[in-house]
Design a protein around this ligand. Structure first.
Ligand code: EPU
Length: 339
């Protein structure tokens, strides 16, 4: 029997720590609960929001509907020669899955250490860090189709992964709930050191032949030094995407700002570092009321305590305006705005 609670504070369920409440709240621990919930006519016309770790959202108002928190647990693995297939429930904490794999020597997600959020949310925005994206190791996911109550398996190709993007953010937005994710990992230690800061930190530690445990430790160290810990300073990681622009637009901006940080993005496109653009507009470490940008990474907006979602949202609008005025580049929010 599902326990539906009323008037629940969401403060501890979103990493921004925004104190709004939900009219109704339910936790889903088994996939069968989804069918029970969605087949119940009582909930069919109520506004709904599915939540995992609440680490990629900004709650702007009280939620006048039903919050469905996915808490489906369990991690299993199957070894086949050098390959390992690891399947985890959507409600598992992403970093617990990383530790499970790193401890057993299953290589592939060590660069994704310490990313906040749940396993079920990981394919939605194709989480990525330090030269690796989820899509590099993704095998499939199982999802519940809200309209029909059926479960469907999505292969990597079905998911249309892109930079912080997938079919679950586009065409199929809000139509499916991801209940488990299967990864294709390897028993053969191969480490990805493409990201310069990892190599540098390994060298500082005198490690020349790193294990995946070393990489995980180094990535965790870099993250902790750059990014605020959501358990003490509310935040949702990068608030904006790094903008991807045409070569032509890049040349115009670059001619005015030769130090512009940029990376080739394929197909004649160039990716810019949003954190750099924001810092150049004078926002880095700035405190605005109860909110602001993080002192070590301007791409992260923070709650210094007691911020409202509206305050954070307004700050993000001011940042978008000033970056546009200075560089002619339009930043896009990466965090989901729930209003
Ligand atoms: N930079 C600045 N000022 C800043 C921040 C960054 O000049 O305040 C410059 C850095 O010096 C560097 C460049 O911008 O030259 C890139 O910075 P960084 O390596 O910190 O990475 P990022 O592009 O800002 C992305 C991801 C992060 C991920 C890191 C590491 C996005 C939107 N963000 O940030 O992901 O951890 O790379 O791979 O792609 C997240 O999605 O929530 C997230 C934290």
């Amino acid at each position: 029997m599902l326990q539906i609670q009323e008037n629940v504070s969401l403060k501890n369920f979103n990493t921004f720590g925004i104190d709004v409440s939900a009219k109704y709240f339910v936790e889903i621990c088994h996939e069968d609960d989804l069918a029970e919930l969605f087949m119940d006519p009582q909930w069919q016309h109520v506004k709904r929001l599915v939540m995992g770790g609440g680490s990629n959202m900004l709650l702007v108002n009280d939620f006048d509907g039903l919050i469905i928190r996915i808490n489906i647990r369990g991690i299993e693995h199957r070894i086949n020669h050098d390959e390992v297939f690891v399947e985890a429930g959507g409600g598992e904490v992403w970093n617990d899955l990383v530790n499970y794999c790193v401890d057993r020597g299953y290589a592939g997600i060590e660069n994704l250490s310490l990313i906040p959020g749940s396993v079920g949310a990981s394919p939605i925005q194709n989480i990525g860090a330090y030269g690796v994206e989820l899509k590099d190791v993704f095998k499939s996911c199982r999802a519940f189709e809200i309209a029909t109550g059926q479960f469907k398996t999505f292969s990597k190709e079905d998911c249309h992964f892109g930079y912080r993007d997938s079919i679950f953010k586009g065409e199929l937005k809000e139509q499916y709930i991801i209940v488990s994710v299967k990864l294709h990992l390897s028993l053969v230690p191969s480490v990805n050191l493409k990201y310069g800061a990892i190599e540098q930190e390994l060298a500082n530690r005198g490690i020349s032949n790193p294990t995946i445990k070393d990489v995980s430790r180094v990535v965790s160290h870099i993250r902790v030094s750059k990014l605020p810990d959501p358990s003490t300073i509310g935040n949702a990681g990068s608030f904006f995407k790094n903008p991807v622009i045409s070569q032509e637009q890049f040349e115009t901006v670059h001619s005015k700002f030769p130090e512009l940080v940029n990376y080739p993005a394929g197909d004649g496109l160039v990716k810019l570092a949003a954190g750099w653009l924001i810092e150049q507009c004078g926002w880095k470490g700035k405190v605005v009321g109860h909110t602001g940008t993080w002192k070590n990474q301007a791409l992260v907006l923070v709650n210094h305590g007691g911020a409202t979602g509206t305050e954070v949202y307004n700050l993000s609008s001011q940042i978008i305006d000033s970056v546009y005025r200075k560089f002619g580049v339009l930043l896009e929010r990466e965090v989901n705005i729930i209003s």
